[in-house]
Design a protein around this ligand. Structure first.
Ligand code: PLP
Length: 460
């Protein structure tokens, strides 16, 4: 569909009726949907269009995922051609697009990795937990290394395991109790340092806290630590440069695997192909999703270092193979689309573009510091947080209702922005994660609209 397609009110009304009468939507309250009745009909670049013809600049790239932007019809051609050739066969056999995609991922990671395909970021992390556990059982017979260490305020997915790994109490509350196999430590959230310290005089107290937790739990019970290099869910917490290397050192010291969550961070988002590459670490397990296909088709993966892969390699009688399967893993059409998507990211130099456009957007947003409610502006590449507070000295967060008002104001003025996922606790950050093809003029529009929202709603 092109943005110029003329709206069809009767069709739109039919969709609304069908939807409200039949669909159960995720995370949004149906009464809100009834009131807004947004029916997305098409998109191009960084813009989506409602079936009533209203256009929105999508500064969230959908759900942090449409890295190459909307409307790339060549990906439809790639999917169609692959479906004509081979629509599906289980990945217990080989197929051409999945093999090519795995090779591409291996190259992008610098070599030395094998890829296990799944369908979503949650599954990619969940498979990572299971691979870590199986690895430990095989490599340390007689030991019982099963725990995953994670950080408070992180988000790693929606399954029971990944939700347990995450550190957002409000998201977990309706599903408790959890297994207790996930141990939580303080995040490197410097604006609200859990220890009340300032960088660099803090001496990375969060890493010391991690080591205490490892020793307290007993390193012999821990399989891995999961880390999103730049924590998106808490409102884009960018750690000090030494943080991730120091976490890696603790992994090596205590025999834990380093599991990196690149579900949002990956595929150019932060200015490098993968965010962990900013920090020179060598992860054992990497979860990728979202930007791998820019959400043109669902596909995700758990990428493992060859030293981990080696543990799964042997004679059938040894029973070392990956002890899990999912129907759609390695789907040929999804893999072909992902491969073409990555080629677009490379040929259009979208990671470099994320770095330069992100710097431009950050610079523009810094002009908003003249508003008393803007407490902190931070980000890396095109992953940015604007934290809003009632008082800059006390850093008391603005109310959830105030953030909702800002998000609504921007939407009503044609710009879709996001908010941190912390809910009542630390949900006070506006988040921006636009397609990597966003233009300077579109960045200016985001800054201008957010500025008008802050001025018009004038909380302080
Ligand atoms: C950092 C992170 N990890 C994992 C996930 C889960 O991905 P999915 O929604 O594809 O299951 C998300 C989803 O937003 C995420 O932000």
């Amino acid at each position: 569909m092109s943005l110029s397609n003329s709206p069809d009110p009767a069709l739109r009304a039919a969709v609304v009726r069908q939807d409200l009468g039949n669909v159960l939507h995720p995370i949004v309250q149906h009464k809100v949907l009834e009131a807004k009745q947004m029916v997305v009909a098409g998109g191009e670049g960084s813009t989506i269009v409602d079936a009533d013809g209203t256009e929105y600049l999508d500064a969230m790239a959908g759900l942090w995922c449409v890295n190459i932007g909307y409307g790339r019809t060549e990906l439809a051609e790639v999917a169609a051609a692959q479906m004509r050739q081979l629509s599906y066969f289980p990945h217990t056999a080989m197929n051409l697009p999945a093999a090519g995609l795995a090779e591409k991922i291996n190259t992008l990671m610098g070599g030395g990795y094998h890829t296990y395909f799944v369908n979503s970021g949650s599954e990619a992390n969940e498979a990572g937990f299971k691979i870590a556990r199986q690895y430990m059982k095989q490599e340390h017979p007689g030991e019982y290394r099963f725990k995953t260490v994670s950080r408070y305020f992180s988000y790693h997915g929606t399954t029971l395991g990944t939700l347990d790994a995450g550190g957002m109490g409000e998201r977990k509350a309706k599903f408790e109790p959890f297994s207790g196999d996930f141990v939580h430590v303080a995040p490197p959230y410097c604006y609200r340092c859990p220890f009340g310290l300032d960088y660099p005089s803090c001496g990375l107290a969060c890493v010391k806290n991690l080591e205490h937790a490892i020793l307290g739990e007993g390193p012999e019970t821990i399989a891995e630590i999961i880390v999103e290099p730049i924590m998106s869910g808490v409102g884009v917490a960018v750690p000090p440069d030494e943080y991730l290397p120091e976490v890696e050192s603790l992994c090596r010291k205590y025999g834990m695997l380093l599991h990196i969550d690149e579900v949002i961070n990956g595929f150019g988002r932060t200015g490098r192909m993968f965010a962990h590459q900013h920090y020179g670490v060598s992860p054992d397990i990497v979860a990728v999703a979202k930007g791998i296909s820019s959400a043109y088709l669902p596909i995700a993966a758990t990428v493992v270092k060859n030293s981990v892969f080696a543990s799964f390699y042997g004679d059938p009688a040894e029973n070392r193979q990956v002890a899990q399967v999912n129907t759609y893993g390695g789907h040929p059409a999804a893999a072909a689309v992902a491969l073409r998507n990555i080629e677009i990211i490379e040929t259009e130099r979208l990671a470099e573009r994320a770095a330069s456009m992100g710097a431009y957007l950050l610079e523009g947003l810094r002009g908003l510091l003249s508003h008393g409610t803007v407490g902190d502006i931070r980000g890396k590449g095109l992953l940015i947080g604007v934290e809003l507070v009632k008082d800059r000295t006390t850093k008391e967060p603005v109310d959830a209702a105030q953030i909702t008002q800002i998000v609504e104001f921007c939407r009503e003025h044609g710009v879709i922005i996001g908010r941190a996922g912390g809910g009542r606790n630390y949900g006070n950050t506006i988040v921006l994660c636009p397609p990597l093809v966003i233009t300077r003029a579109e960045c200016d529009r985001i800054v201008d609209t957010l500025g008008r929202a802050l001025k018009t709603l004038a909380f302080g």
